[in-house]
Design a protein around this ligand. Structure first.
Ligand code: CTP
Length: 415
């Protein structure tokens, strides 16, 4: 059953080039079990047709405030009453201004003014429009009134400029919707409410000189998915991430770092935590003394010798017993051979409670991919999980963590 089963989304499509992505958003929401009803502005109709929205949502599309049939069959109040959540995607500078100003000059603005339901906006506009003081003030006003924002992302834009303004991808908007609806779920569905989690993710970068670094291919997909899954179950999550291309998960406090030293400092600065999951691929070594200026090639000279020293071990540091130790510390072991035996040793060596062992040999083909085959190793045994998508691994791990943290202390001691 989809995570949004039975949820009713009212999608307001305003006039921006990103409106084409709203078609994909409808498809993804429906795949997850939500029903989607669309309101299309006049400007939006210049970019997508009512017919496409209607075909994908399998519902009629609302656009005309003064159409008698709309008012008799479905007034603007009813449109919002029948929804669990309103999503404005794309949210143009114009509709954000109209929302902030409390305008009711078309059906979309009227529905947004009349609603008492949560509202999510996915801004999409030219970078200068996004950074303009007027838009910034409107966004600030709307945030104060409780509107949630997802994006915009940085990147190349249709107007040949580069910077923030691109609408979030449909899957990011779906994740934001899921986390908003999760926040309203009853406590039983949010077993980690009141718990604080720390997750590390992505690679680290160790400077050789101001322009060069040592790093690895970690994508951060697994760590970010774990942060999102813990947050979905109600935990307050701090994600400490190395440089990655994946977006910050909505609802998660994300701290961006480069080096292992910075990652450790951010983890230690996260305050008291109940569970730590170290999914980052921390570089094992850093330069003993990074060069302060760019290393220059000198004709005929030998390549420079790079003197390395070990990085701090974040997982081992967090696992050290003491007053502030989290109740549960989870690590990862990426192995290419003797997977389980090496991971058992690694768990003991690092002092963590659980380790998720994954096979990163080329034959397994999982490194950097979308799926993962893991074994959960604890002090009591080894559990083999089937090959799952990374967000399924994350969901399963989060559920196991919730179960573990819910146990009385005596049961924990016996484990
Ligand atoms: N880890 C860490 N800090 C480090 C190194 C690793 O927190 N400086 C954590 C990783 O996040 C992961 C686990 O430790 O949870 C993996 O340990 P590591 O020994 O680095 O694993 P591999 O890279 O698999 O080990 P090895 O190079 O020994 O095979």
């Amino acid at each position: 059953m989809g995570m949004l089963h039975g949820k009713r989304i009212l999608l307001i499509v305003a006039g921006g080039i990103a409106a084409f992505k709203s078609l994909e958003l409808i498809r993804r929401l429906r795949e997850r079990g939500a029903s989607v009803r669309c309101v299309l502005t006049d400007a939006g109709a210049r970019f997508v047709t009512p017919l496409s929205l209607q075909a994908l949502s399998e519902d009629r599309v609302y656009s005309d405030m003064f159409s008698l049939t709309d008012e008799s069959e479905m007034g603007h109040i009813q449109l919002s009453r029948d929804a669990d959540l309103l999503v404005v995607a794309p949210a143009t500078a114009n509709i954000l201004a109209r929302m902030a100003g409390g305008m009711a000059d078309d059906l979309a603005a009227t529905v947004l003014l009349a609603t008492d339901k949560p509202v999510l906006a996915a801004p999409a506009m030219n970078v200068r429009m996004w950074t303009h003081a007027a838009t910034a003030a409107n966004v600030e006003t709307l945030k104060k009134r409780g509107v949630t924002f997802v994006g915009p992302n940085d990147g190349a834009m249709a107007c040949n400029e580069h910077g923030p303004g691109r609408m979030s991808e449909p899957e990011e908007i779906v994740a934001a919707i899921e986390s908003m609806l999760a926040a309203g779920r009853p406590p039983l569905e949010r077993p980690l409410a009141g718990k604080r989690a720390l997750v590390t993710s992505g690679p680290t970068r160790e400077a050789i000189d101001p322009v060069r670094y040592i790093s690895n291919h970690s994508s951060g997909k697994q760590g970010h998915a774990i942060a999102a899954a813990l947050s979905h179950l109600g935990a307050e999550v701090t994600l400490v991430s190395g440089p990655v291309a994946v977006a910050d998960p909505p609802g998660v406090r994300t701290v961006h770092v480069d080096s292992a030293d910075q990652m450790l400092a951010a983890c230690l600065g996260a305050g008291a935590i109940d569970v730590a999951v170290c999914a980052a691929a921390v570089a094992d070594w850093k330069m003993a003394k990074p060069f302060s200026a760019k290393i220059k090639k000198k004709p005929g000279a030998q390549p420079p010798a790079l003197a390395l020293e070990p990085n701090p071990d974040i997982l081992a540091t967090l696992s050290k017993s003491g007053a502030g130790r989290p109740a549960l510390v989870v690590g990862f072991a990426a192995e290419t051979e003797n997977l389980v035996a090496n991971a058992i040793d690694k768990r003991k060596g690092k002092g963590c409670d659980w380790i998720l062992a994954n096979d990163v040999s080329p034959a397994a083909g999982t490194f950097g991919g979308e799926r993962n085959t893991v074994h959960l190793i604890s002090a009591t045994g080894v559990e083999d999980w089937p090959t799952l998508a990374k967000d399924e691994v994350a969901g399963r791990l989060a559920a196991r963590i919730a179960l573990h943290l819910a146990r009385p202390r005596s049961a924990e001691a016996a484990e």
